[in-house]
Ligand binder design. Sequence first.
Ligand code: ZN
Length: 76
Amino acid sequence: MIVHCCMDVRGALKMTQRQLGAMFRHSDGRRLSADRARDVLLDHVAAGHEVIPLGPVCQGFDYKTGCPGHETEPQA
Ligand SMILES: [Zn+2]
């Protein structure tokens, strides 16, 4: 069973500018500025999202409860 990490959107909004600036990256590895990161988080709040995935959205991800967990194939 795999459960992916997710982050509480409101909790993230309480972080300092310095923490926010270190938290998010574009897919190409560039850092998001703290102001831009805050904008992204506010967009999630506006959309009713309570948690966001750390990394790509996985199958069945729920923006209120997070990753549902994934069964893993038993090793043959
Ligand atoms: Zn997952």
